[in-house]
Each structure stands twice: as structure tokens, then as C-alpha cells.
Design a protein around this ligand. Structure first.
Ligand code: UN1
Length: 513
């Protein structure tokens, strides 16, 4: 049994937690509206949070705006130094924060720790980046002229994160934004606010010791109303939002209407293609991790398996040997691989999807029940399901945030599998298992996978932070984390400088006065 009380104290979680923080200062502790957070693992109360009021929101945004004016003048490597120290703090608190992630969200401890590791990794990445943030230089067509471009800080960045990666997604956004000279207003999911409160406590010493202006790192606890306020708020030039496509469309529309920037990382409907040339041992391991890991609640979770008909029965049998033995239970317990769903609504969505797909003609092979008994009293523990289905079923076309794996058969060559893989509205992650170069290269070609992530002999989930993360179509088009995702957090400026005594015009235009 993990004693969570110690962990909460160590992370600064109180019985009742303030509604916002602008760094060292906290506020909104006496608000009328509060929300009590229960662990999906055992239903016990973790703590209560105050929900932000209108005045709290104003306080946070105006403090952030003020902070930006100073923060943007710090040299980027100095901002990087702050992020470096945050990375050290996260290393120090990896164990308790990982446990709280696991306890509040329900993912297994290994994955909770993995999530904190992603935070540490993005800090390291951002520190190096703080000495780069480079633009191109170009050759001017005019003599004694020079052209280059530079990247400047953007302003107050709003981050709306989801419950499933309650802290890592913040860090991908916040650490890049911070070295870019932006300040961040973070609205964590109302389902997992305590991990956010914990992060704010973890970084406070660093903020204090480095005299970081109040308002560079902000959190605000609220629901969709606060999210909508942020989306409509012209003072926030960039909104980075992670969650459902439905939510993302609302945010994108509101931000678009005011010509702001939105970075959307929305639903996935990720598939793995298994061709006759696959190493099935590897493929099965990847499929199981992708489909049941985090109880199917990653945006990168594997939802569809597109299998060549010549090996279909073998793949199916192998999966049916693994699934009955999946250790399901308290995610903090050693040896458990599948924790609970986030709440009972998620359980209902899981059951509904299974019912619908069967009505459409799907064949439920295994799983699909809600576990009962003392250990499972929350009603959030389910047995991961495998369903034989057809690609065009409405249910298969949609993302259900739960452990349901659809088996879909393909015949003929790999292009038929790729067509099925691309034949959904979402475009986040995709994989192929094959050791045949002709198949794998077709999958990666211009006419191959249409997703933001396309992997070979690796599953759909568990991306590294070094790559740009995100996807196309209904996934929203945004890219976070590695590569040059940082550019989106800055404003680009083209500079042309004349160091001569003539004023030649571009395009050879003569305009003699
Ligand atoms: C998410 O589910 O929103 O690639 C993020 C992965 C993780 C991130 C998932 N690194 O599965």
C-alpha cells in the first residue's frame, strides 16, 4: 500500500487548494465554488480545489501581461538557466510527482514516472535550445544590403491540458515558451488539477532564487468556462490546447475569429498495420502496450489493427492468449499493467461504444466488462476489449478514449492497408510492422501514412520528446515538443539593412524624384 498522505504533504497539496497561482503568490482560496478530487484508483478524496472566479482570471492575466514586459528582456540563455534548474527540481521530485500522477490520473506508476521523465527531457532540450532560436540569413538582391530574420517573444501563452498527460503536456509547452521569452497561463484539466498544483510548488524555489518576475508561470483552476475565456481573450496571442476534437474545434474557432494562433493536439484513431513480413513477436508486444497501456487513454493509443488476411488468425490467437492474463488493478501496485479509467463517465463511454459496434455487426472477442469486487469498487476498472470489425463502422471511425482494439482485415498489397489506415478523420499516429523495405517505404512515402507520426516496427504510442508531436486533419495540425516546434511560440521578423549611401529599390524599380 502506498501512503499517499506523505506524498501529498511533500508536494505541497493541502486539504483545500487555492484557485490560482502566479508563481510565488496564490489566490482565490475562499471562493464559493470548489471541486473535490477523488482518485480513480480507489475513489478516496485526494483534496479539494477552489475554482477560479472572474476576478481571479483577470488577476492572473494582468499579472502575466506585466511579467511578460520584463521576461522578454532577459537573454534567452538566462531563461534557459531557470529551466535547467526546474529540470533539476523535477529530478529531485520525480518519485513523488510520478506517484501523484499515477494516483490522480490512474496510469501505472512506471508510466507516471515516465511522464515526469518526459518533463525532465523537455527541460534539457529547452536549455540547449535557449542558445539557438535561430533564423535564416538571406542574400539581398540589392548591393550593400543585408537580410536576415529573427524570432522574438510572442506574449502570454495559454495552455489548456488534458487529464491523461496531466503534467508532461504542460512542460512541453511551458518549457519551450519560457525560453522563447513568453509567459504561460496554464489551465490544467479539472479532472487532474492537483498534479498541476504540485508542479507549481516544485518550481517555486527556482523562481524565488532566480528572481523570476511574478506572473511568468501561472496556473488557473477552472473548467470549460475558463478555457473558453482564454480562447476568446485577445491578450493571449497563442492558445495551445490538448483534448478532444470537439473541444479543439471550439477553441480553434474562437481563437481564429480574433486571428490569434492556436496549437491544437486533438484526438487520434491510431492504427498499426501488420503485414505478412512482420516480426509477430515484436508486433504483439507493441500492440498490447499501445492498446491497453494507460488503459487506452493516450491520444496515441492503438485503436485499430489492420492485419493481412494470411496472418489474421495467428495475430488474433496470439492476442487472445495475452489479454486474459493482463494484470488489471491498483496502478501503484507492482506488476499491474492496466489501471482504471479516469471516471465513471469514461466507463459508460467504453460500454456504449462496445454496444454500438456490436449493433453495427462487430464481434466482441474478449473483454468489455466492468470489474467488480472490493479492489474495483470505483466502477472504473474494465477488461480491455478486442472487437473484430469493419473499417467503415461508425464506431470504428470515432475515437473512444478507452481500451478497445478493433481488428480489421486487409487483402492484397500494403497500399490497401494504407488506404484503410488513412480512411478516418483523425491523423495523429500510425505504425507498420514489416521487414520488407518496399512495404515500409511505401508506408512512409508521399502517398503513405497521412499522420503526423509514422513509425516502422514501433507502436503508435510512446513518442520521444525530441520529435515534433502532433497530427493532421481532426487531430488539429499543431506540433509541440521537439524539432522546431519552438518557432510557433515566437513571432518572426524579417530585417533588411542598408549599409550603403544609395537607396536602390527592390525589383529594379526606378522612382526618381
Ligand atoms: C497524449 O496522449 O496526449 O507519445 C500525449 C506518447 C506520449 C505522449 C502522449 N509521449 O504516447
Amino acid at each position: 500500500q502506498t501512503d499517499i498522505t506523505d506524498i501529498l504533504t511533500q508536494l505541497g497539496i493541502q486539504d483545500t487548494n487555492p484557485a490560482y497561482s502566479t508563481g510565488l503568490n496564490w489566490g482565490g482560496e475562499n471562493n464559493a465554488e470548489t471541486r473535490t478530487i477523488h482518485s480513480p484508483t480507489n475513489g478516496k478524496t485526494i483534496a479539494t480545489v477552489n475554482m477560479a472566479s472572474e476576478a481571479d482570471y483577470e488577476q492572473v492575466v494582468t499579472t502575466a501581461q506585466q511579467a511578460f514586459l520584463e521576461w522578454r528582456t532577459w537573454p534567452s540563455p538566462k531563461r534557459g538557466e531557470v529551466v535547467r534548474q526546474i529540470g533539476l527540481k523535477l529530478r529531485e521530485y520525480k518519485e513523488p510527482l510520478g506517484k501523484l500522477v499515477s494516483y490522480e490520473m490512474g496510469k501505472i506508476l512506471q508510466e507516471g514516472l515516465g511522464e515526469v521523465q518526459e518533463m525532465i527531457d523537455i527541460c534539457d532540450f529547452a536549455v540547449g535550445l535557449s542558445r539557438q532560436l535561430h533564423g535564416y540569413t538571406m542574400h539581398s538582391e540589392r548591393p550593400t544590403h543585408r537580410m536576415y530574420e529573427q524570432y522574438h517573444p510572442l506574449g502570454v501563452v495559454g495552455v489548456i491540458s488534458a487529464f491523461n498527460f496531466p503534467v508532461a503536456v504542460w512542460s512541453w509547452n511551458a518549457m519551450l515558451a519560457t525560453i522563447c521569452g513568453d509567459v504561460v497561463v496554464w489551465k490544467p484539466s479539472e479532472k487532474t488539477p492537483l498534479t498541476a498544483v504540485a508542479c507549481q510548488h516544485i518550481i517555486k524555489e527556482v523562481l524565488e532564487q532566480n528572481q523570476v518576475p511574478e506572473g511568468v508561470f501561472n496556473i488557473i483552476i477552472g473548467d470549460a468556462i475558463v478555457g473558453s475565456k482564454m480562447a476568446h481573450d485577445e491578450r493571449l496571442p497563442l492558445i495551445s490546447a490538448t483534448g478532444s476534437t470537439r473541444m479543439g474545434k471550439k477553441v480553434g474557432e474562437a481563437v481564429g475569429r480574433r486571428l490569434g494562433r492556436s496549437l491544437l493536439e486533438l484526438g487520434g484513431n491510431n492504427a498499426i498495420i501488420i503485414t505478412p513480413n512482420a516480426d509477430l513477436e515484436m508486433a504483439i508486444r507493441a500492440v498490447v502496450f499501445g492498446a491497453v497501456g494507460t488503459c487506452g487513454q493516450r491520444c496515441t493509443s492503438t485503436r485499430r489493427l489492420i492485419i493481412h488476411d494470411s496472418i489474421y488468425d495467428e495475430v488474433k490467437e496470439r492476442l487472445l492468449k495475452v489479454y486474459p492474463n493482463l494484470p488489471i488493478g491498483d496502478p501503484l501496485k507492482d506488476g499491474i499493467l492496466v489501471g482504471p479509467l479516469i471516471d465513471k463517465d469514461a466507463t459508460t463511454a467504453f460500454l456504449d461504444a462496445l454496444e454500438k459496434v456490436q449493433q453495427e455487426g462487430g464481434n466482441l472477442l474478449i473483454g468489455g466488462s466492468v470489474l467488480e469486487g472490493e479492489e474495483y469498487a470505483t466502477g472504473t476498472y474494465v477488461t480491455p476489449a478486442i472487437v473484430e470489425a469493419e473499417h467503415h463502422y461508425h464506431t470504428v471511425q470515432e475515437e473512444t478514449f478507452a481500451p478497445i482494439l478493433y481488428l480489421i482485415k486487409y487483402t492484397g498489397d500494403v497500399n490497401n492497408a494504407i488506404d484503410i489506415q488513412n480512411g478516418v478523420r483523425q491523423g495523429l499516429s500510425s505504425s507498420i510492422f514489416s521487414s520488407n523495405l518496399l512495404e515500409t517505404e511505401a508506408f512512409l512515402s508521399h502517398w503513405g501514412s497521412d499522420c503526423g507520426i509514422a513509425n516502422v516496427n514501433i507502436g503508435t504510442s510512446g513518442a520521444e520528446i525530441g520529435g515534433a508531436f502532433g497530427g493532421e486533419k481532426d487531430t488539429g495540425g499543431g506540433r509541440e515538443s521537439g524539432s522546431d516546434a519552438w518557432r510557433f511560440y515566437m513571432r518572426r521578423q524579417t530585417n533588411t539593412i542598408n549599409f550603403g549611401r544609395e537607396l536602390p529599390l527592390a525589383q529594379g524599380i526606378k522612382f526618381d524624384l
